[in-house]
Each structure stands twice: as C-alpha cells, then as structure tokens.
Design a protein around this ligand. Structure first.
Ligand code: Z5A
Length: 212
C-alpha cells in the first residue's frame, strides 16, 4: 500500500472513533473556532453527504435492511466515499478550504475490517481506490470505552446494534491505525470535558495552519 496522497491546497481534518465518542460535537466546535479565525471551512460527514450517499446511508444503517453480506456492506461504504471525495472533499480542498469530515476511510478499516473481520488489507485496497488514496493531514481519534459511548444514546442502528466484542475490535482498529502513523494522528481521551478536548484539537490544528 502506498503512503497516500496529501492535498497540496487546503487542509483536510478527519474525526474518527466509536459511537457517541463526540465526533459531531468536536467537529462542529473545530469548525466554529476556525471560522472565527477567518478560515473558510467545509464540515462534512460519512456516510451520506451526497445525493447518492443519502441513499447508501439509508441502506447501510436502517435496521430494516437486515443482513447484508460483509463484502456488500464494505462496497456500499466505499461507493459513498467515492462520491464524497469526488464531489465534496476534493473540490473544497482545491478552493483552499479547510475540510473537516466526521468519519472517513479509517471507519471502514475499523468497522468492516476489524469489526466484521474481513481481510483489512483487502478492505483497505477497495477504500483507497474509492478515495484516490487521499489522506487527511490530521485524523483525530476520540477514544472511548464502547459501552460508555453506546450509553450516550438510546436508539440503535444496524451498526450500533452489533455486539460489544464487535465494538471492542473497532476501538482497537482505530488505535492501531493511529499508533502506526503518529505524524498524522492524535488520540484523545473522549471522557475528558468537551472544552478540554476542543482545546487539544485546536493546538494540533494550529500547527498545521502555520505550516501551510
Ligand atoms: N461506518 C462504517 O461502518 N464504515 C464506514 O466507512 C463509515 C461509517 C464512514 C455512521 O453512524 C455509522 O456508520 C457508524 C460507523 C459506520 N456506526 N454506527 N453506528 P452515524 O453517522 O449515525 O453516527 P456516528 O458517526 O457513529 O456518530 P455518533 O454515534 O452520532 O456520535 P458522535 O458524533 O461521536 O458523538 P456526538 O453526537 O458528538 O455526542 C454524543 C453524545 O455525547 C451527545 O449527547 C454529546 O453531548 C455527548 N458528549 C460529547 N462529548 C462528550 C464528552 N466529552 N463528555 C460527555 N458527553 C459528551
């Protein structure tokens, strides 16, 4: 697997982690902080932030879908990523914007790879192909014991309804990815107060803005 492609214009930041870890909360706080500093920011998410993606999101998350082959699930998430990268992420980076995405390729490596126990290298090959191997300049992993994250919600979609062991494998998947590439990752304890997490993220992002 190649070392990936990093956009030469713009800044690409990704939030990853298990359910209820605070990705949406922190991605919104980072967006607001950057806008206050005068940056143009696009806040987006996977799956589902394109017109085709909305349909794919419904299929993969609706409990009414029932059982899907693990490979079908991985391909549906990969199709969502291809739409997302081509129609949302790359155009904004080309305009020099900061793109913040709530979930990206690491989610498929962790959920479809580690979680579903598909061959991670094969899942990665498909996901990297789907995204043209575009990598975030920084991935923020919000790390949380799965039961704590699940307890932050009541309803369960198709993926949230998986076993605790599944979610433990997902967590270890994210931590393994971060450990392998510390230059492009920061792992934060998602039990910390919201403001403390936001400030740690800002500190890391500011160094990237100063470099660009
Ligand atoms: N998935 C996949 O399998 N493969 C893929 O390639 C991709 C995704 C891209 C998408 O779900 C699902 O698709 C997801 C992975 C799978 N699995 N599931 N299920 P989604 O988009 O519907 O939701 P999510 O991405 O899992 O996010 P989330 O569960 O909605 O949570 P979150 O965004 O991480 O957390 P939050 O909404 O910011 O916060 C949750 C609550 O906790 C809320 O009440 C907050 O106020 C509270 N909170 C936040 N931070 C804190 C702290 N620090 N302390 C205490 N309370 C807090």
């Amino acid at each position: 697997m190649s070392a990936g492609v990093y956009a030469e214009q713009g800044l690409f930041v990704c939030f990853e982690g298990g359910e209820g870890a605070g990705k949406s909360t922190q991605s919104r706080l980072l967006r607001d902080w950057l806008v206050e500093r005068g940056e143009t920011v696009l806040l987006t998410f996977e799956p589902g932030d394109t017109s085709v993606g909305k349909e794919l999101r419904r299929i993969v998350l609706d409990p009414a879908t029932g059982d899907l082959s693990d490979r079908t699930e991985a391909l549906l998430y990969a199709a969502d990523k291809a739409e997302h990268v081509d129609h949302v992420v790359l155009p904004a980076l080309a305009r020099g914007e900061v793109v913040i995405t709530d979930r990206y390729v690491d989610s498929t490596l962790a959920y479809q790879g580690a979680g579903r126990t598909l061959d991670v290298a094969q899942v990665e090959a498909v996901a990297r192909w789907a995204t043209g191997d575009l990598r975030p300049h920084l991935t923020v992993v919000l790390d949380l014991e799965p039961q704590t994250g699940l307890d932050r919600f009541t309803g369960r979609d198709r993926i949230e309804g998986q076993s605790l062991e599944f979610h433990q494998r997902v967590r270890q998947g994210f931590l393994g990815l971060a450990a392998a590439d510390p230059d492009h990752y920061v792992v934060l304890d998602a039990r910390a107060p919201i403001e403390d997490i936001a400030s740690a993220i800002q500190q890391r992002v500011v160094t990237l803005l100063e470099r660009s």
